[in-house]
Design a protein. Sequence first.
Length: 98
Amino acid sequence: MTFLVIAKDGTDPDAPARRQRARQRHLDEIRPAVDAGRVRLGGALLDGAGTMIGSALLLEAPSLEAARELLENDVYFKEGVWQQLEIYPFRRAVGLEL
């Protein structure tokens, strides 16, 4: 099952620095899930000034619980970068084959 995730960063003054500190580890640790096809797409959400304020992902998981577990084991969640997770079942209608 495919899930669309909107993971919002904190809005406190240290939020951008917290993201930067965890960024390389996040990218390194998520790579196996990308290679296995569990993370189909991922990237940063930006505000009007181009500052990263969250993440958007498309996940493949057998259930909502499995998708949430994958996210909660990510360094961004564990280190407090992601403060809010919105997870929605997703059905592609047009665009890229996933």
